[in-house]
Design a protein around this ligand. Structure first.
Ligand SMILES: *Cc1c(COP(=O)(O)O)cnc(C)c1O
Length: 227
C-alpha cells in the first residue's frame, strides 16, 4: 500500500510541477512519519524515499535508534521546546519550525562540530492564528531576525515554512501561499539567499507547488491515517 501511495504522491507532484512549468527536482518530498511505525518507514525507504519528517522528539529519537543503518535525512517539523534543542541539534539535518533567536542560538551552539551546518526554516504564522506558533508575516521583523540567524556559525538559514489554516477554496489557499512566496522574495531582496519554501501537505499540494513550494510535507497520503 505504501509503495503505491508513494508512487501516487510522486506522480501528483510531477503533474503539478508540469502544470506550474517547474522542474520536478525543484520540489522535494518530506514523508511525515509521525505516529507511524518504523516498519512503514522501512517500506517507504525501500521505495526510494530518503527524507522523513517527525514532530515529537522522543518518538523521533527512538525511531532513529532503530533505523540507525539507514541513510535517512531527518527533518524536525514539530514544536520546539527550548530545553530540548540539544537532541534536535544532534540528530536532525533540517529544522523547519524555528521562530526565535534564542532557539536558533542554542541549535547553533549545540550543533556538533563534526556535522554539517543544520538547515533551518523560519516558521511563519501566515494566517495569524492564535493556536499556531511562528512569526507574524511582518517583512521588517522577519528580515531582522533572519539576518541574526543567518550569522550563526553552525546554522544554514534556508527559507520559510508555514502550516496554513484550513481554507474554503483554492483562491484562499492561493492567497496564503502567495503571501509566503512574496515574503521569501522580499527577504531575498534584502540580501538573504533563501532557496526553500516548506509548504504544502496532503490536501493542498497543487496550490503550494503553483506558488513556489520547494518542500512539501506529506503524511496521510503516504502512510494513511494516524492512530
Ligand atoms: C502532520 C504534519 C504534516 C503532514 O500532514 P498530513 O495531513 O498527514 O499530510 C505536515 N507538516 C506538519 C508540520 C505536520 O505536523
Amino acid at each position: 500500500m505504501i509503495k503505491i501511495a508513494l508512487q501516487q504522491v510522486n506522480a501528483t507532484i510531477d503533474k503539478y510541477c508540469q502544470l506550474a512549468g517547474r522542474e520536478r527536482d525543484s520540489v522535494a518530498l518530506v514523508a511525515v512519519s509521525k505516529r507511524h511505525s518504523c516498519d512503514k518507514i522501512r517500506t517507504a525507504y525501500a521505495c526510494g524515499q530518503r527524507a522523513f519528517g517527525e514532530n515529537y522528539l522522543s518518538e523521533a529519537l527512538e525511531k532513529q535508534a532503530q533505523l540507525d543503518d539507514f541513510s535517512i535525512e531527518w527533518h524536525f517539523i514539530g514544536q520546539i521546546q527550548s530545553n530540548k534543542t540539544r537532541k534536535i541539534a544532534e540528530h536532525f539535518a533540517w529544522v523547519h519550525t524555528v521562530s526565535s533567536y534564542k532557539v536558533a542560538k542554542r541549535l547553533s551552539d549545540q550543533r556538533p562540530d563534526a556535522l554539517p551546518k543544520l538547515n533551518i526554516c523560519l516558521q511563519i504564522n501566515i494566517d495569524g492564528e492564535a493556536s499556531k506558533n511562528g512569526l507574524a508575516p511582518d517583512c521588517q521583523a522577519v528580515t531582522a531576525l533572519a539576518k541574526e540567524i543567518d550569522a550563526l556559525p553552525k546554522l544554514r538559514l534556508r527559507g520559510l515554512m508555514c502550516i496554513p489554516a484550513p481554507k474554503a477554496d483554492k483562491a484562499a489557499e492561493m492567497a496564503t501561499f502567495t503571501a509566503m512566496q512574496q515574503l521569501q522574495h522580499a527577504l531575498n531582496d534584502k540580501g538573504l539567499a533563501l532557496d526553500t519554501l516548506s509548504m504544502g501537505m496532503s490536501a493542498d499540494l497543487e496550490t503550494a507547488i503553483a506558488c513556489g513550494a520547494t518542500m512539501v510535507r506529506v503524511g496521510t497520503a503516504i502512510f494513511g491515517a494516524r492512530d
